[in-house]
Design a binder for this molecule. Structure first.
Ligand code: AMP
Length: 505
């Protein structure tokens, strides 16, 4: 399902969108009081011929960050154009003619993942609005932890929301701000926003890229010829042929005009950064560089730490593909136990986690992974995965190894126990669905039916990503999913759960 809207229609979403939306979006944001949790990838380019097709290529490289929907908005010097649809980038942008409808030398795009409900076309980004001083488009990676509170206030004052996405709050805050320039209004809006945001915005004057003051979600900047590129991860720069220039810094707002003039603003002052450590553990592509470090090498090193902390006697080290592969290599190297592909993954099934219902997720684990019986039979196996969330994957894979004749199955996890929900844009279920929040280590091992189970320690994880330890100089990352220490206020959550104590600072 795809649709085009042109700004002459001067609407945030076209009628076609709304009709399609009703069919697929049956759980509105406010109806169940549940904000959307999104994992996303964003890409923007200014100053390039065929900007929109470059954006499609960049988004294709970011597909792992969101597989549910994709959108691209372009600007040709006069008008904004947009094309968006449900599905993968290659599915939605499936023919060259589409790019004829996305003219101009500036374009930005978004790949999106959402959990329950909210998967309608109207939520597909970039969101667009026609503000007092012209068009404004926004692509957001992250999650605004006070979006419901802000939205309630805005609605009371007369704002009419078109989508159920937390991102739209920013548009309304910009629209209602009283500051004189668009940039000032944008900053004014962001001052009210809590949580995680990496944003790529477009106005008729150019592109604005920014990161929240703690830099929770990633955003990098590159160049190709005279064009400036922004992307969630460096892999997208590689794929479009752009050179990495630098990260957009936490709390920084980078403005690029149509002449390629770049200005950097720091409206929020400086504070210690807290980038998400789960990007290193699972979320980013291993061929990306994050915080100056190779994600692949960080993951491999987590495996090394894991082997030091939780050795076991075994015949082979088997990764749960693909997410467990780099850590399994590190574990194998450190332990001296041979690395073998004891599980083969079908590449024609999406990430198991992305299915909203538990039943479907169970079925998908089987479709996705199969035991390599010839290798596994009769062997003592160390099974390596990046994380346990609900425990569904681990339980199924351990069983799969046993069904294939494994003599022993020792599970090793390349992250600490995920005990807490993320409110910053990585989709995790509510706390009571997280295995590690419900059970101690022995009970978890029993639940997944492993002969032994161990997780890397939080200090081991910090060492692997190049730090001395978690407390060496404050926590250097947002590690709330493991530690429960949230680096921002969680206004919406606390309003809904007034009696619950969270370790926010
Ligand atoms: P579970 O079956 O619920 O324990 O999920 C664990 C599996 O999901 C692991 O193999 C991870 O690779 C993957 N995973 C962990 N966190 C996420 C996430 N936020 N989004 C998608 N997949 C994830």
């Amino acid at each position: 399902m795809t649709s085009i809207y042109h700004t002459p229609a001067r609407a945030l979403i076209s009628d076609a969108d709304t009709a399609a939306d009703t069919a697929v979006d049956n759980a509105p944001w406010d109806a169940d009081g549940d904000a959307l949790h999104e994992e996303c990838g964003i890409f923007g380019v200014i100053g390039a011929r065929s900007a929109a097709s470059m954006a499609a290529l960049g988004l294709h490289a970011l597909q792992h960050r969101g597989q549910e929907a994709v959108g691209i908005t372009s600007f040709d010097g006069t008008e904004f154009f947009s094309y968006r649809g449900i599905g993968h980038v290659a599915h939605v942008f499936n023919n060259q003619d589409i790019f004829a409808d996305l003219p101009g030398m500036m374009a930005s795009g978004h790949v999106r993942y959402s959990t329950t409900g909210g998967s309608g076309l109207r939520n597909i980004q970039p969101l667009f609005a026609d503000l007092a001083d012209g068009g404004f488009s926004i692509a957001h990676n992250g999650n605004i932890s006070n979006a419901m509170t802000l939205k309630r206030n805005l609605v009371q004052k007369g704002s009419i929301f078109q989508s159920t996405s937390d991102t739209e709050v920013i548009i309304h805050l910009v629209a209602t701000s009283r500051y004189p320039t668009l940039l000032d209004r944008f900053v004014d809006a962001l001052r009210l926003v809590e949580g995680a945001y990496s944003l790529i915005c477009m106005t008729q004057h150019g592109m604005i890229a920014c990161r929240d003051p703690l830099g929770i979600r990633p955003l990098v900047m590159g160049r190709i010829g005279d064009a400036v590129v922004f992307a969630s991860e460096t892999v997208a720069l590689d794929v479009v042929g752009a050179d990495f220039e630098r990260e957009v810094e936490p709390g920084e707002l980078v403005q690029v005009d149509h002449n390629g003039v770049i200005s950097s603003h720091r409206p929020f002052g400086r504070q210690p950064a807290r980038p998400c450590i789960f990007e290193q553990v699972y979320f980013s592509r291993p061929d990306s560089i994050m915080g100056g470090q190779s994600v692949y090498q960080a993951r491999r090193q987590i495996g090394v730490e894991l082997a030091k902390e939780a050795p076991t006697a075994a015949d082979i080290v088997v990764p749960v593909p693909d997410s467990g592969v780099p850590a399994a290599i590190g574990y194998a190297v450190q332990s001296g136990i041979p690395f073998e592909l004891g599980i083969i993954r079908s590449h024609y099934v999406g990430r198991t986690f992305i299915q909203p219902s538990d039943g479907k997720r169970h079925a998908d684990v089987k479709r996705k992974h199969n035991a390599n019986r010839a290798l596994v039979e009769g062997k003592r196996i160390v099974l390596i995965d990046d994380s346990i969330v609900r425990g569904t994957t681990s339980m199924k894979i351990v069983q799969m190894m046993r069904d294939a004749g494994a003599a022993e199955v020792h599970m090793r996890i390349a992250s600490p126990p995920t005990e807490n929900s993320c409110f910053y844009g990585v989709d995790t279920p509510e706390r009571d669905k997280l295995l590690a929040a419900r059970m101690d280590l022995a009970a978890m091992a029993d639940y997944i039916q492993a002969d032994s189970l161990a997780f890397v320690s939080i200090d081991g994880l910090y060492r692997a990503v190049g730090e001395k330890g978690r407390k060496a100089k404050c926590p250097q990352f947002c590690d709330a999913c493991f530690t429960g220490e949230y680096p921002t206020r969680l206004t919406d959550y606390c309003a809904e759960h007034p009696t619950e104590l969270l370790g926010e600072i």
